[in-house]
Design a protein around this ligand. Structure first.
Ligand code: BES
Ligand code: MN
Ligand code: ZN
Length: 501
């Protein structure tokens, strides 16, 4: 799928389909007015006749409209003009994309990017349009023996920008939107892949594949032998019950002028399957624990996005690949484990494994003297209880970093909400036998998990993004969402001084 921007009047376009918005009740958007005029009032007459109200979700496809050079005209309902929210805007774009794909227009020009969205500029509208269109087209059919694909899929889509002066920023929005969409797609593909295929080695292969896409990317894989040499005993303990080898993938992006710049580090929890281990999870819904590598998939996606953009930053992305299984060799409740940092942990629940893996990676990354470290993880069921499926949970030891991430979330539409990380919470993870225990009881489960991690992140600015509720959908819509690729990539864009908002 290829996107481009263009400025200019809709009546001059020659295309398989031309798309514009209709507000409720029966009010044409500016592009619609122009088309209506040269069609001699043909379109407004249809609206008056009651063919379309303009409610959100409505579409009307017209053929052979008088005096219009394009084969088709697609009207998309946008709801009330004053109320077009960011979310509705994305939904309007998605509706357009699904309709285009179903109706055989292999190419189209879209004026929905001219719609007014409060507080948002052309860059934002075009970028969101690219991301929403690409989202609408996503299909995971790699494992279907018979693949159903649209007969005439959309191949090329043009988005309108108001004037010629807006073309440059529109093009930047296309570049960024396309890069992020590719990152989101790889994130979703890898996360949706079943755990008998997507194991830690597979994650390593996906990381390695990025080196083919950009000369600025290098990858190093650490198997169990190397993890042992680094003394990452807590990470290794979690993987011990699995036949699948633990693999930590380190992806380094050295953008232009990276030298002398402290790196930004992204760490993703990569539990390719979390059975709970000896503290075995209940059977219902356990298949969804294949998504317990959603954090790693998000980091992989953000690094994939970087591969498409030439940003003057230095970024290290780490996929902490591992599988948590019950076995004769598995770690057990009661075990005391010495982490790479030297701090000891009493294991009270082997299902609190994410923090056991991440704590050693947090220690490992000290060697980079990072400017900031962000870990992202499907860490706690408690986060789903606290925030549901709309916001990721954010906790940090540095307020300015937390703000940067919250802002990136608002800009990208992949939002997070901050929770406290006060000292008081540390008391919940005290242990009589070790420096700490790996669980903190029922209360504030997401915060005590972050409190645990914070003990390993003392040497740098650090933030933790719990994506347990946002990385995938359950139920009828089951599948990976591609979060948190957008928020992470937006944070990196802002760091590179590339943000337009
Ligand atoms: N991967 C899970 C967290 C999870 C559960 C994410 C459900 C999304 C949906 C994590 O490893 C886990 O099992 N956490 C435990 C922690 C508890 C034992 C302190 C949990 O949330 O129940
Ligand atoms: Mn678990
Ligand atoms: Zn887990």
């Amino acid at each position: 799928m290829e996107f481009y921007v263009k400025s200019g009047h809709p009546e001059k376009q020659r295309s398989a389909c031309i798309v514009f918005g209709v507000y409720e009740p029966r009010r044409l958007s500016a592009a619609g007015e122009q088309l209506d005029k040269i069609s001699g009032g043909y379109i407004s007459q249809l609206l008056r006749r009651g063919d379309m109200e303009g409610k959100q979700g409505q579409v009307l496809l017209l053929h052979q409209v008088p005096n219009i050079n394009s084969d088709r005209v697609l009207l998309v309902g946008c709801g009330k003009e004053r109320e077009l929210s960011e979310r509705q805007y994305r939904q309007v774009i998605k509706k357009m994309m699904i309709t285009l794909n179903d109706t055989g227009s292999m190419e189209a020009v879209c004026y929905l990017t001219d719609l007014h969205v409060k507080g948002r500029d052309t860059y934002w509208r075009v970028r969101q349009a690219v991301e929403a269109s690409s989202d609408a087209l996503y299909l995971f059919n790699a494992l279907k023996s018979k693949k159903e694909e649209p007969r005439r899929p959309v191949r090329k889509l043009g988005f309108s920008v108001p004037t010629r002066k807006d073309l440059a920023c529109g093009e930047k929005a296309i570049l960024h939107g396309t890069a992020i969409s590719k990152g989101i797609n790889i994130c979703r593909d890898v996360a949706n892949m079943p755990p008998n295929i997507c194991n830690p080695v597979y994650l390593g292969e996906q990381a390695q594949a990025l080196t083919q896409l950009s000369d600025l990317i290098e990858v190093q894989l650490f198997g169990e032998k190397e993890l042992n040499e680094l003394n990452m005993q807590s990470y290794l303990a979690v993987g011990r019950g699995s036949e699948n080898e633990s693999v930590m993938s380190v992806i380094e992006y050295k953008g232009s002028q990276y030298k002398g710049k402290k790196p930004l580090v992204l760490i993703g929890k990569g539990l390719t399957f979390d059975s709970g281990g000896i503290s075995l999870k209940p059977g219902a819904g356990m298949d969804e624990m294949k998504y317990d590598m959603g954090g790693a998939a998000g980091v992989l996606g953000a690094m994939r996005a970087l591969a498409e953009m030439d940003l003057p930053i230095h970024v290290i992305g780490i996929l902490a690949g591992c599988e948590n299984m019950p076995d004769g060799r598995a770690y057990r409740p009661g075990d005391v484990i010495t982490t790479m940092s030297g701090q000891t942990v009493e294991v009270l629940n082997t299902d609190a494994e994410g923090r056991m893996v991440l704590c050693d990676v947090l220690t490992y990354v000290e060697r980079y003297e990072p400017e900031a470290v962000i870990d992202t993880a499907t860490l706690t069921g408690a986060c789903v209880i606290a925030l549901g499926h709309h916001a990721s949970g954010l906790m940090s030891n540095h307020n300015p970093l937390a703000h940067d991430i919250l802002n990136a979330g608002e800009q990208s539409g992949d939002r997070a909400w901050k929770m406290p990380l006060w000292d008081e919470y540390q008391e919940q993870i005290e242990s009589p036998f070790a420096d700490m225990s790996n669980i903190g009881g029922k209360a504030a489960g997401s915060i005590t998990a972050a409190a645990f991690l914070s003990r390993f992140a003392k040497k740098y600015h650090w933030a933790h993004l719990d994506v347990a509720g946002t990385a995938w959908n359950s139920g009828a819509n089951k599948g990976a969402t591609g979060r948190p690729v957008s928020i992470l990539t937006q944070y990196l864009l802002n760091k590179a001084g590339e943000s337009r908002e």
